[in-house]
Design a protein around this ligand. Structure first.
Ligand SMILES: [Fe+2]
Ligand SMILES: [Fe+2]
Length: 315
C-alpha cells in the first residue's frame, strides 16, 4: 500500500464555484482533478528532444489553479516519468506538491508502464526499493478512491494480476458511503489506434469479474495520450489525455503520432447519482467576461421562473 489520506469529515462541497444551484442537481459532493502522463525526465530534459514536459506540466498545473476548484484529490494516472529516473520523481514532487499544498488536496500517484516501481516507491513515497505493486486506498469524505498498479515490470502492456485482484476484492467487499472510483494507468477499453492495442490491459475478463456487483462507480485511466471514454463491465471509464504531448488524431489510425498541442486535464464531479468527466484544454486564449460573479449573484437573487425569463427566453 502507498498511503491513505484520512477523511476531513466534511460533507460540504469543497469547490466554492459549485456552491450555487440553478438546476436539478445539488452541487457535486466531491471533485477530483484527473491528470495523466507527465513523462518527466532527469535534469529537466526535453522528451524525445522536442517536448518541454516540465513547462507543459507547469502550464497544466497553472490551468488547474485557474479553475478555482478546491479538489478532494489530484489524481495522476501514471507514466509520471518517462524512464523511472530518481531525479525525475524529485522534479515531479517539486512541481506538484506546492500546488497540492495550496489546494489542500492529497496527491494520488498511480504507476504507469514508463515508471519503475522501485524508484517510484523511493522517490514519491519514501518507501523501500521493492518491485511490489504500488496500490493505495483513500477515503475522500466518504468517496473511496483505489489506486491500482496495472504495470508489468519490464513491459509496456498492462495487467492486474491475481494477487492484486484478490486484494481489490477484499477492499470492495464492503461498500463506501459514496461508492468507489478506481484509478489505473492502462484503460480497460479498446483503442481505434492499432498500436495501442498491443499495449492494452490483459486479463480484462478477470478484472470485470472482480468489480461486478461492487460499488465501483467509475474508472480513471491514462496511457493513450488522448481523451476518450467508454464502459467496462458496465462501469464508465474516462481516459485523461497527457500533459507531455498528445496524439494527433487528425490522422488515419495507423499514422497517428505525437504533437506538442492539445494537452488537457479533467475535472471529475461526483454527484449522488452520476459522475461527470469534463475535459479542460490547456490553452491560452482571450475569453469573454459576460458571466461574471456579479451576473451569478444577480441570477441567484431571482426566482427559478424569473431566472428562466431572464436567461432562457429567446428574444
Ligand atoms: Fe504515456
Ligand atoms: Fe503508458
Amino acid at each position: 500500500m502507498t498511503s491513505a489520506a484520512p477523511s476531513d469529515g466534511s460533507t460540504q462541497p469543497r469547490d466554492p464555484a459549485a456552491s450555487v444551484r440553478f438546476g436539478r442537481h445539488e452541487p457535486a459532493g466531491h471533485v477530483l482533478v484527473h491528470i495523466s502522463d507527465t513523462h518527466l525526465l532527469a535534469g529537466g530534459a526535453a522528451l524525445g528532444g522536442r517536448y518541454d514536459v516540465e513547462a507543459n506540466l507547469d502550464a497544466t498545473l497553472a490551468a488547474v489553479e485557474r479553475t478555482g476548484v478546491r479538489p478532494d484529490a489530484l489524481v495522476f494516472t501514471g507514466d509520471l516519468t518517462d524512464l523511472g529516473e530518481p531525479d525525475a520523481y524529485r522534479r515531479l514532487r517539486e512541481a506538484v506538491e506546492p500546488v497540492a499544498e495550496r489546494l489542500a488536496a492529497p496527491i494520488v500517484w498511480v504507476a504507469g508502464n514508463h515508471d519503475e516501481r522501485d524508484a517510484m516507491r523511493v522517490g514519491l513515497f519514501g518507501g523501500p526499493s521493492t518491485r511490489e505493486p504500488l496500490t493505495g486506498v483513500w477515503d475522500l469524505s466518504g468517496l473511496r478512491l483505489v489506486a491500482l498498479d496495472s504495470t508489468v515490470p519490464g513491459w509496456h502492456h498492462g495487467d492486474i494480476d491475481a494477487d492484486q485482484r484478490d486484494w481489490l476484492r477484499g477492499i470492495l467487499s464492503e461498500s463506501a458511503p459514496h461508492g468507489t472510483i478506481l484509478a489505473m494507468h492502462h484503460p480497460p477499453l479498446p483503442s481505434h489506434v492499432p498500436f495501442f492495442d498491443i499495449l492494452e490491459l490483459r486479463h480484462q475478463e478477470a478484472l470485470a469479474e472482480t468489480i461486478a456487483g461492487t460499488d465501483v462507480r467509475g474508472i480513471l485511466a491514462g496511457h493513450l495520450h488522448y481523451s476518450t471514454s467508454g464502459t467496462f463491465a458496465g462501469v464508465p471509464v474516462s481516459v485523461a489525455s497527457a500533459t507531455c504531448y498528445t496524439m494527433n488524431l487528425q490522422r488515419p489510425p495507423q499514422a497517428v503520432n505525437g504533437m506538442d498541442a492539445g494537452q488537457a486535464f479533467q475535472l471529475v464531479h461526483v454527484y449522488d447519482d452520476v459522475i461527470t468527466h469534463t475535459v479542460v484544454p490547456v490553452v491560452d486564449a482571450p475569453t469573454g467576461e459576460y458571466f461574471s460573479a456579479e451576473w451569478v449573484a444577480e441570477m441567484a437573487r431571482l426566482s427559478p421562473q424569473e431566472r428562466l425569463e431572464a436567461f432562457s427566453r429567446k428574444r
